[in-house]
Design a protein around this ligand. Structure first.
Ligand SMILES: Cc1cc2nc3c(=O)[nH]c(=O)nc-3n(C[C@H](O)[C@H](O)[C@H](O)COP(=O)(O)OP(=O)(O)OC[C@H]3O[C@@H](n4cnc5c(N)ncnc54)[C@H](O)[C@@H]3O)c2cc1C
Ligand code: SF4
Length: 492
């Protein structure tokens, strides 16, 4: 522990952010780093707890508590306080394959579980993590690590999201030959075509892909396994196959008018925007443009927030986001006590931007869309809604009832449906003969193994829609299982 009194002397400092009215004029990352000196002070706030809850990484009643990949946070906090950035990087890379992603966009369950957060704002763990890895790249400390020997075993990973990348990285480093198949034209999964550029710039993703390629991993893009190459072909060619295909099946909205023109699934909007930005800086016009339009996002989650921030950057006329649930409390509820991740009201980046640009937080709570109305040409023109009341019955189950007299009509020329994901797409696992339970690929016996010998699974495909950090954990976990399956002396 660097400075025993640091937590009493210093306050938390947040990562720097471009002011909302500035950042909405561009698509660059809105958050940037604190200075080294400021981060050393943040490192000094760490109490080096006897039981460091920040790195325990467990789920309590379905909520994360601590870092899922068990980052050794107190150690690198101390090293950063002492200015030993390279040593801090070595500690960080022991547990996290891709800190440049989590250091930018992880919601940081570690901070929610930090002991200091019981009484004060948590240690700025995420800011410290981001700077350690950025300095690693800037100073040339991150270089391709070439495996010393090759085992002769061949592994196919299907899907290049963080789970597939982490599995491939681990297995490649232990000497196996790994090929990643990806149906998109760029690797990265939702890191590339999901999370918008202003949260995670894509050259950060491409830098990592390039490094993995230099280390020997082969990427086969524009190839949909199950269509362009069959399960049988892969089984014949590889010693093990890992399905990391994500939980990409979006939940659609089935109601009167939901087939109107101008009503889109959120991922179609976000993906086309990212692709057009990367391909041509929007010159190709192959994206959904909300400029000058009234936009409504249906769905109160993070994907919806990313749609809000995207529409604001396109200069939409107005923006509203409908959520089913009531506003979260400002302080932790009784069933959400420390050290679980706090479910409290936050002004996320998108909402801060809307607030400054349009003078209003765009979120509408406890609201239900009743129907979508189109104009004579079949293009959406308005949404009809009613307010809902959330009621908890005697058995503790929640249900919603309509509040009479609260009907309302909202103008909208673009509607984005962000009501969640149903889970894994079924066609590919079915072709492999792999069992699916509750829209997730079922792992049986050894964690990450499926019912088919030699076929494994990890990430959102197995766990359901989650977070990058959980996908990395899954990738590392499946790699361990596959390594043990392929070799007598498992090295992972
Ligand atoms: C809009 C959005 C924003 C998000 N923001 C954040 C955030 O800020 N922070 C955070 O921690 N998490 C965020 N998440 C969640 C996070 O991105 C996911 O949990 C994570 O990417 C899951 O990783 P994965 O590798 O399991 O799957 P994915 O990232 O979904 O990757 C799966 C890949 O498999 C490919 N694939 C599927 N089928 C085939 C096939 N048959 N053949 C070849 N390839 C195939 C897909 O094209 C895709 O590239 C966000 C999610 C969304 C949707
Ligand atoms: S819980 Fe917070 S104060 Fe304690 S070791 Fe972790 S980061 Fe430091």
């Amino acid at each position: 522990m660097g400075k025993p009194t640091g937590f009493m002397e210093y306050s938390r400092e947040k990562a720097k952010e471009q002011p909302p009215l500035e950042r909405i004029k561009n698509w660059k990352e809105y958050a940037s780093r604190l200075t080294d000196e400021a981060l050393q002070i943040q490192g000094a706030r760490c109490m080096d707890c006897g039981t460091p809850f920040c790195h325990m990484g467990i789920e309590i009643r379905g909520t994360a508590a601590g870092c899922p990949i068990n980052n050794v946070i107190p150690e690198w906090n101390d090293l950063v306080y002492k200015g030993k950035w390279k040593e801090a990087l070595e500690r960080l890379l022991l547990t996290n394959n891709f800190p440049e992603f989590t250091g930018r966009v992880c919601p940081a369950p570690c901070e929610g579980s930090c002991t200091l957060a019981i009484t004060d704002p948590a240690v700025a763990i995420k800011s410290i993590e981001r700077t350690i890895i950025d300095k690693g790249f800037e100073n040339g400390w991150i270089q391709p690590r070439m495996p010393k020997l090759r085992t002769g075993k061949k592994i196919a990973v299907i899907g290049s999201g963080p789970a597939g990348l982490a599995a491939a990285d681990q297995l490649n480093q232990s000497g196996h030959s790994v090929t990643i198949y990806e149906r998109a034209d760029r690797a990265g999964g939702l890191l590339m075509y999901g999370i918008p550029n202003m949260k995670l710039e894509k050259d950060v993703v491409e830098r990592r892909i390039q490094l993995l390629m230099e280390e020997g991993i082969e990427f086969v893009l524009n190839t949909e396994v199950g269509k362009d190459i069959t399960a049988e072909q892969l089984k014949a060619e590889y010693d093990a196959i890992i399905l990391c295909t994500g939980a990409t099946k979006q939940r659609a909205l089935y109601m009167k008018g939901s087939d109107s023109e101008g009503v889109h699934l959120a991922m179609d909007y976000l993906t086309s925007t990212s692709k057009s930005l990367l391909d041509s800086n929007f010159e190709d016009d192959k994206y959904i443009n909300t400029k000058g339009k009234d936009v409504i996002v249906i769905g109160g989650g993070d994907t919806g927030a990313d749609c809000v921030a995207t529409a604001i950057r396109q200069n939409c006329k107005s923006i509203v986001q409908f959520g089913k649930h009531p506003q979260l409390p400002v302080n932790r509820a009784d069933d959400n006590l420390w050290p679980t991740d706090p479910h409290i009201y936050k002004l996320d980046y998108a909402y801060a931007e809307a607030d400054e640009k349009y003078g209003k937080d765009p979120r509408e709570y406890c609201i239900q869309t009743k129907k979508i109305v189109a104009d004579k040409k079949g293009h959406v023109k308005e949404l009809h809604t009613i307010q809902m009341n959330k009621v908890i019955n005697d058995e503790g189950y929640a249900y919603f009832e309509e509040v009479p007299g609260t009907e309302r009509v909202w103008p909208a020329q673009h509607v984005f449906v962000a009501i969640g994901f149903e889970g894994v797409e079924h066609a590919l696992p079915e072709q492999f003969g792999v069992k699916i339970t509750n829209n997730k690929i079922a792992s049986v016996g050894k964690k990450y193994a499926t019912n088919v010998n030699g076929v494994f699974t990890a990430g959102d495909a197995r766990k359901g829609q989650s977070l990058i950090v959980w996908a990395i954990k899954e990738g590392r976990g499946v790699a361990e299982t596959v390594d043990a399956y392929l070799t007598e002396y498992a090295s992972l």
